[in-house]
Design a protein around this ligand. Structure first.
Ligand code: F6R
Length: 616
């Protein structure tokens, strides 16, 4: 939610800011703006409602002076609609200071009233402008941007990343964060700030994550990080593991198409280095210690959206392999219902971005209540892994399309690796069982590549169905979360009403929705690996077919029992029952993407959404 970039260095801030915003646009695309201290010593700003391209077109028509220092913002609206006035930056100190904000300032009304009473004026409906005006007041009182920041942050309630600059301090950008992300990029004679490393990866691979409640000051040659009281804090530098081209479209029609094509690599890279001589090793868990893993008596997986569906898939495998009860909960439900948590509870959070506020708050809550927390995350330097006892990174590479695809299969892979590790530590599976499952997992990337070969036939199906108004998805066991995920993808990308159901639930209500021509995707269990469930799902198919449904079956290659009852069959390679979801989800992702494309929609940036949901 909102992308932030800051820069000090050479005469090119506009170019750096617009490049960074382009890469951060997945975080929000309601409006965009920049503020630059130009060589004339004046602060210049430009901001426009709409996508970044609206701002760049405007800047072509009416260029602003470039300079050495600047900040830029791409917005996902919370307080105040997506208008030019509400776009960031916001100004303070009579237009000499500019500020951008990601997060929500919960006490902004009280601050605004206080400032209005003192005669200050406002031009927007945002919470952020209160911080800009307040910072202006404190700057006027102190003449120092860092000191003014310190005074302001102690007055703010809620979540924020703030960046600001003042034309009287032309080579300085100051930032602060509480519960919203901010990362530093270390350059040579120039330094960067960004909501994530994508903001500056084109210029440097050296990065530093900023901790909670810290203030950072960057100049061309120095970076200083302090706590809110002004005490200097030690920071850890890390190297960004991917390069700028990883976050480019590279000839694909969309980021989503590219990211789906990368799914075999996302799984392979997540396994890489974690299977040694046929055995799972997860060095990231060493610090936590095996005793914690033998001591736990319950696992709670917390996540939102697609990540929660990955968690559901993982829960079947972890419970079956390690014989520990596993429960999956949406982070926002978990935190507010007073759950039972003990030191024997292991909380596993799953988050591609590592910044989802609902999940972050749930992790903090769980740890404060005494539980241990492991994070499954795809983004280096993100907040959730830093707030956890240990982190198991997925190595899917940067995911730019707002709808999650490759991160989903990487998350399931990481959970499976964890499940096998846990089963070994707890002695729940013998060596042969462990080895058989490891072999299944390591065979997945090649099978995924085979599923991708059927992309064109799925695209054709999507084009035929582009007028469809509602689609149902059925699945059973690990196929159930895949049905939910298929429905979510279709809703968010193609704006079509879609519902996922557990196939066993059909007769308890949803079958009433079936009428002539109703499209129903059915994720069919393997006739070889799960013969019993397979029979039941084939019966379900017959039941809906008898009532006129149009059945599209995602079924194992050679599944002859499905053929007579399905209108379309999308074959997937043979895999053990627990491994099928990694393959079965791909046709559903492709279907949703192609149907959205056939309707002329933007598959990378669906309406109303943002990739990183950093507000509750
Ligand atoms: C759907 C989607 C979202 C995210 C959810 C959690 O395609 O992308 O449902 O999965 O917002 O995001 P992360 O994984 O970043 O915590």
């Amino acid at each position: 939610m909102c992308g932030i970039v800051g820069y000090v260095g050479r005469e090119r801030s506009l170019e750096v800011l617009l490049g960074g915003l382009k890469r951060l646009e997945y975080r929000g695309y309601d409006s965009a703006g920049v503020a630059i201290i130009a060589d004339d010593g004046q602060l210049h700003t430009a901001k426009r409602a709409g996508r970044l391209s609206v701002l760049t077109d405007e800047l072509q028509r009416h260029p602003i002076s470039n300079g050495r220092t600047g900040i830029g913002h791409t917005r996902w609206a919370t307080h105040g609609g997506p208008t030019d006035h509400n776009a960031h930056p916001h100004l303070g100190d009579d237009g000499k200071l500019a500020l951008i904000h990601n997060g929500i300032i919960e006490n902004f009304s009280a601050l605004k009233e206080e400032l209005l009473a003192e005669g200050y004026t406002f031009t927007s409906e945002t919470d952020s402008e209160a911080a800009a005006v307040l910072l202006g007041r404190e700057y006027a009182a102190t003449g120092d941007l860092v000191e003014a920041f310190r005074r302001v942050v102690t007055r703010l309630e809620g979540a924020f990343t703030l960046l600001a600059l003042h034309q009287d301090q032309p080579d300085v950008v100051v930032g602060a964060r509480r519960n919203s992300p901010l990362v530093i990029g270390l350059g040579d004679g120039e330094n960067f700030l960004g909501s994530d490393v994508a903001a500056f990866v084109e210029y440097t691979k050296r990065a530093v994550a900023i901790g909670q409640d810290q203030i950072v000051t960057i100049t061309p040659d120095a970076v200083t990080v302090t706590d809110f009281d002004g005490n200097v804090v030690e920071v850890d530098e890390f190297e960004i593991a991917w390069d700028a081209s990883a976050s480019e479209k590279g000839g694909w029609s969309s980021f989503m198409a590219k990211e789906i094509s990368e799914e075999p690599d996302a799984v392979a890279n997540t396994i890489l280095g974690r299977v040694v001589d046929g055995k799972v090793v997860i060095p990231e868990l060493d610090e936590l210690g095996d005793e914690v893993l033998t001591d736990i008596n319950r696992i709670v997986i917390i996540a939102c959206g697609t990540a929660a569906y990955a968690g559901m898939v993982g829960s079947y495998a972890i419970e079956q392999w390690a014989r520990v009860p596993v429960q999956v909960e949406l982070s926002h439900e978990f935190r507010y219902r007073d759950p039972v948590l003990t030191p024997q509870t292991l909380v596993i959070s799953i988050s591609q971005s590592g910044e989802t506020m609902d999940t972050l708050m749930a992790v903090k809550y769980a740890r404060e209540a005494g539980a241990r927390a492991i994070s499954v995350c795809n983004t280096q330097g993100a907040t959730i892994p830093r707030e956890s006892d240990a982190a198991v990174y997925t190595h899917a590479g940067p995911e730019v399309a707002v709808a999650s695809t490759k991160a989903f299969v990487a998350q399931i892979t990481a959970l499976y690796l964890f499940g096998l590790h846990l089963a070994r530590v707890r002695g729940a599976l013998d060596e042969a069982q462990l080895a058989a499952n490891v072999a299944e997992l390591t065979a997945i990337p090649e099978k995924l590549a085979r599923v991708l070969e059927s992309s064109e036939s799925i695209a054709q199906l999507a084009r035929w169905m582009s007028d469809t108004r509602a689609v149902l998805f059925l699945g059973r066991h690990v196929g159930y979360p895949i049905a939910l995920e298929g429905a979510l993808k279709l809703k968010e990308l193609a704006y079509i009403h879609a519902e996922g159901f557990a196939a066993g639930e059909l007769k308890h209500g949803p079958i009433a929705l079936i009428e002539a021509g109703q499209p129903v995707f059915v994720v069919v269990p393997s006739p070889i690996g799960s013969p019993e469930l397979h029979k039941k799902v084939v019966s379900n198919i017959q039941e809906i077919r008898a009532r006129g449904a149009r059945v599209i079956a995602i079924a194992e290659q050679g599944d002859a029992a499905v053929l007579p009852f399905a209108d379309e069959v999308v074959p997937i390679p043979l895999a053990g029952p627990l491994f099928e979801p990694l393959l079965g989800v791909i046709p559903l992702q492709i279907f949703a993407m192609e149907l959205a494309a056939a309707k002329g929609l933007d598959v990378d940036q669906p309406r109303n959404l943002a990739k990183s949901v950093t507000v509750e």
